[in-house]
Design a protein. Structure first.
Lengths: 284, 302, 405
């Protein structure tokens, strides 16, 4: 029981990092970015290149990777998404094709054989009698810090108010003199950086392969839908729910069914309460 | 130039393919292209005309395919009966899926359909005593031992589907669909039973996909979980987007184009998908209305 | 940068073909369907290249030189079926040697059968493939399997290992089995459990089939420990097995483990995972160590490693042997006609690098002492490997886990 509490918390933090950026982009720009998982993957592979191939120190390589992905996110927004903003479908399609493109570029350089990024630590922790891999503990800590910083940004700064304003009513925000494009851009950069960060924190204990963008995308969807597209508190709440339900099912039932959970959650939420737990009532 | 002349010309050209292409392998590529074209056209009906983008179209393809394959290998039903049964199963599934999801819009409908297809794919893997898991169902009876016969069967199927759907969109019923896409509230307010129309579009969109799935099972003699994959759903959408949404024939043309592109790139081995996606990015960016449709428009004007 | 490697192989293979000047007999085309992006797929090509090169240097088969025509299956049945069609109908190959993913091979069988072309499998283990030979000989007599031994025998081998090693040396009478929730595991698991029940003395206290997309294996290992398992047998073949291995190492699970882990067969697997594999025992049909499983094993290993600067995988051994087995049958039949070659293939009695190859009536390679055997190799400190079972072939002793010493 205790292990579910501890392990569930760690999973939740990672999901929160992934989902937060996703929900911000949707809230601010009404954009569903199917290449969100690609930021996660790119963060890992760039870190791998810098650390394992070029020999840079771990902390330098991972930080540089996160910054690089933030830049790629900016470029992707400018070049691919901005011109197609008028069509939901076009954005969905171009982002998924971009995700495929990124996967293939990674594959061209590194093949399908899995790689490994070194952990920040190989020690284990024992928390309340539960053995926890050191790397996962670090992921949790870093995640909580990052999420707190984002929370502060959004709810305690002027720029954060701008973000919230644009999410609520884009047009009205323009009238208020808010540079909507600037807000969109920043949010995209933030989202990419968070996803990449989640990647470099978790990849040492997970699979590193070109197709690693798919699963984080599905999890992000599940969290964001459950929490409510565009709602930050919703995403945080839903991350916790998803993280814990997966851990609990895995622990008490079986790992066979664990991966059905995100999909079922998405479907049930959309059918029962499409706006999610804490999202705005959407016009249907 | 009359409206139908290019269509007839293309159909005649396609009918002559087996005479020009002796290589059974290349003929099989054309055969699959026929099926993809029909599937893309069926997707276009719902998504191009009612503004509901279905991101899980593979759920219909897959259900039709597995139904036909399982009925054939377990109960020894003939291909005709199996495929028809697949069509029936798909209609039922469309209604089942449509009732709760059709009231959703935009990205919500897309995600719901994506989730449904994802669950079916997982189930195909989990229920392995029935579906063969990742190995799938093999030993399905071939449609015909003659490659040209198989080709003509799929060609006829594609022609019927494309013509049928095109005719449907040009009818009053099709007009209403477009009105719904433009302004659903207004349609409801004017007394139209919008739900019935949307459901009709979903069922009419699902049926050809399910039948195509059944045909696919008998052409490949095998069905695996890939037939439920998100990759397949997305491929179908890309075909339609490239060809041109909302025209039916654009989607079909996109189906042929993308199959041809995939074949041309086969020679590049491991770089096939890299080039494929690299080519698609600018195409979608610069021709968001569809290459075929924009080209056809220019030809007609010029 | 393996992509360039694959291109280089293909270029080299094209170079093997037409060699020498002047008029020459038409080439014998060997079609190679397989997951060519993966190490196991590339292994097939390398093994064939080695064999074909040697055979060509000695004059070829019936005076005709060999050329290898690869076609990627990408682990996908639709692509695999297209690959076979292309090889048979476009490239018009004379024989097929390859395969690795059982699901793809099963899907390809009808096309191969109608193509009336000999197929020598070198990677897929499902018994369903060779079952077809038994059920419908007239149509499927073209199918043979050189390697690996089929899943049932793999299950037997694992049971033998648990009985002879885990129980006897590690005193483990309670074991846990953790496998991927995939069909191939269903081919191995029942056979293993049956054999264990016959042998008695070992009890399966925990069994779990996990979804390959699982990211957190702490619950699974915790439950295995709670059930009292003294040894864990993994059954893994997917890329996601890395996560399990990393989880095992980072959690410092205090229970030894060993079983089927295809990804951990790769030479650099342990290094890639930063040493997480150390301690794990991995099943090998053909261990990439200087072990004389047959008199030809070590010479093959050395030639292969010299030429390709890497260790061979199980498919490499199989492909190498398959080429020679085909050569022998064709030379006895004095023709390439499958109808005439098949009877001689059935009578194969060939000592190859992988095993002493004799086919049973389902065209499946025989398993057992003197025929094809299975071995267990442990990853040890410094990412070195030692064969620890069977005793007769052992190159080292089992080393307990670092955190259990």
């Amino acid at each position: 029981m205790v292990d579910v509490l501890i392990l569930g918390a760690i999973n939740s933090a990672v999901y929160a990092m992934l989902a937060l950026g996703f929900t911000l982009i949707f809230g601010v720009g009404r954009v569903v970015n199917l290449a969100h998982g690609s930021f996660y993957a790119m963060g890992v592979y760039i870190a791998y290149t810098l650390v394992v191939v070029l020999g840079l120190p771990l902390i330098v390589g991972t930080t540089a990777a996160v910054l690089a992905v933030a830049g790629i996110g900016l470029a992707m927004d400018r070049v691919l998404i901005r011109p197609l903003r008028h069509s939901v479908l076009a954005v969905l399609i171009i982002t998924v094709v971009f995700a495929l493109f990124v996967e293939q570029v990674i594959f061209a350089f590194y093949g399908y054989t899995s790689r490994n990024i070194p952990s920040f630590t190989t020690n284990t922790l024992t928390v309340l009698g539960v053995t926890v891999a050191g790397q996962r503990a670090i992921a949790f800590a870093a995640g909580v810090i990052a999420l707190s910083l984002v929370w502060l940004l959004v709810y305690r700064t002027r720029f954060g108010s701008a973000i919230l304003a644009v999410s609520q009513d884009r047009e009205a925000a323009t009238y208020l003199g808010i540079d909507v494009d600037h807000v969109s851009r920043t949010v995209m950069v933030l989202s990419a950086a968070l996803a990449a960060m989640a990647g470099v924190l978790v990849a040492p204990v997970l699979v590193v392969s070109p197709q690693m963008w798919v699963l984080p995308l599905i999890k992000s969807f599940a969290v964001v839908i459950l929490g409510g597209l565009g709602s930050i508190p919703g995403s945080l709440l839903a991350s916790v729910l998803l993280g814990y339900s997966e851990t609990a099912v895995s622990r008490f039932v079986s790992s066979t069914l664990t991966e059905l959970i995100p999909l079922v959650l998405i479907l049930v939420t959309l059918l029962v309460r499409p706006s999610g737990l804490l999202g705005r009532r959407i016009e249907l | 130039m009359s409206r139908t002349a290019p269509g007839v010309a293309i159909l005649v050209a396609l009918a002559l393919v087996p005479l020009a292409v002796r290589d059974r392998y290349f003929l099989s590529v054309f055969t699959l292209a026929n099926l993809y074209a029909a599937i893309a056209a069926s997707w276009d009906l719902l998504s191009g005309y009612t503004g509901r983008e279905n991101f899980g179209h593979a759920v219909f393809i897959g259900t039709g395919a597995y139904t036909a394959a399982l009925l054939n290998t377990r109960l020894h039903l003939s291909p005709v009966l199996g495929i028809a049964a697949g069509g029936g199963a798909v209609v039922a599934l469309a209604i089942l899926v449509g009732v709760p999801t059709l009231r959703l819009r935009g990205p919500y409908f897309a995600l719901a359909t994506l989730a449904v297809a994802g669950i079916m794919e997982r189930l195909a893997l989990l229920l392995w005593p029935l579906t063969g898991g990742e190995d799938g169902v093999y030993g399905v009876q071939p449609l015909s031992l003659s490659a040209p016969t198989t080709y003509y069967t799929t060609l006829a199927f594609m022609a019927i589907v494309v013509l049928g759907l095109y005719w449907a969109t040009r009818s009053e019923w099709g007009m209403v669909l477009r009105a719904i896409r433009a302004n659903e509230e207004a349609c409801e307010a004017s007394g139209l039973n919008v739900t019935v129309y949307k459901m009709g579009a979903l069922v009419l969109s699902a049926l050809p996909a399910g039948l195509a799935g059944g045909l696919y099972a008998h052409v490949q003699e095998h069905v695996g979980p890939a037939v439920y994959s998100a990759a397949l759903s997305v491929t179908v959408i890309i075909m339609t987007v490239i060809g041109g949404i909302g025209t039916i024939y654009g989607a079909a043309a996109g189906g042929f184009l993308l199959t041809a592109l995939g074949e041309v790139l086969r020679g590049f081995g491991p770089y096939r998908l890299l080039l494929f996606s690299a080519i698609l990015l600018p195409v979608i960016l610069f021709w968001p209305r569809g290459v075929v449709v924009q080209l056809a428009g220019r030809l007609r004007r010029g | 940068m393996r992509r360039w490697g694959a291109l280089a192989i293909v270029a080299a293979l094209i170079a093997i073909g037409p060699s020498g000047a002047g008029a020459q007999a038409p080439l014998i085309k060997v079609g190679v369907p397989g997951p060519l992006q993966l190490a196991v797929g590339q292994g097939i090509l390398y093994g064939l290249q080695l064999a074909a090169g040697e055979i060509n240097a000695a004059g070829g088969i019936l005076g005709r030189k060999l050329t290898v025509v690869p076609e990627d299956e990408a682990e996908n049945p639709e692509i695999g079926i297209a690959a076979i069609r292309k090889l048979i109908e476009s490239n018009k190959v004379d024989v097929l040697i390859g395969g690795q993913t059982s699901g793809v091979t099963l899907a390809q069988l009808p096309v191969i059968s109608r193509g009336k072309i000999v197929y020598l499998g070198v990677g897929a283990a499902s018994p369903l493939i060779t079952d077809q030979v038994r059920k419908d000989y007239a149509n499927f007599k073209y199918i043979f399997r050189v390697t690996p031994v089929n899943s049932t025998y793999l299950g037997f081998a694992l049971a033998d290992f648990v009985d002879e090693f885990a129980k006897t040396e590690l005193k483990a009478t309670k074991i846990a089995i953790v496998g991927e929730n995939l069909v191939w595991v269903q081919g191995v698991l029942p056979a293993m459990e049956r054999r264990l029940a016959e042998k008695q003395g070992v009890q399966v206290v925990y069994k779990e089939l996990f979804d390959v997309r699982t990211t957190d294996f702490s619950p699974m290992f915790a439950k295995a420990r709670a059930a009292g398992a003294q040894f864990v047998v993994p059954l893994m073949s997917h890329a996601s097995s890395d996560v399990v291995v990393k989880a095992y190492a980072s959690l410092k699970v205090p229970v030894p483990w060993g079983g089927i882990d295809v990804k951990q067969q790769e030479a650099d697997a342990c290094e890639k995972l930063g040493g997480a594999s150390v301690g794990e025992v991995v099943l090998f049909g053909s261990p990439p160590l200087k072990v004389a499983v047959t008199p030809k094993s070590i010479p093959f290993l050395e030639k292969y490693t010299d030429r390709f600067k890497r260790a061979p995988v199980y498919t490499s051994f199989g492909a190498y042997d398959a080429m020679y087995i085909y050569k022998a049958a064709v030379e006895k039949a004095q023709t390439l006609d499958p109808e005439k070659v098949i009877p001689f293939l059935e009578k194969t009695d060939y000592v190859g690098a992988s095993a002493h190859v004799v086919f049973d009536e389902a065209h499946d390679v025989r398993y057992g002492p003197g025929y094809a055997v299975e071995t267990m190799v442990q990853w040890q400190d410094g990412c070195k490997r030692a064969l620890i079972w069977p005793r007769s072939l052992a190159t080292g002793k089992y080393v307990p886990l670092a955190w259990m010493r």
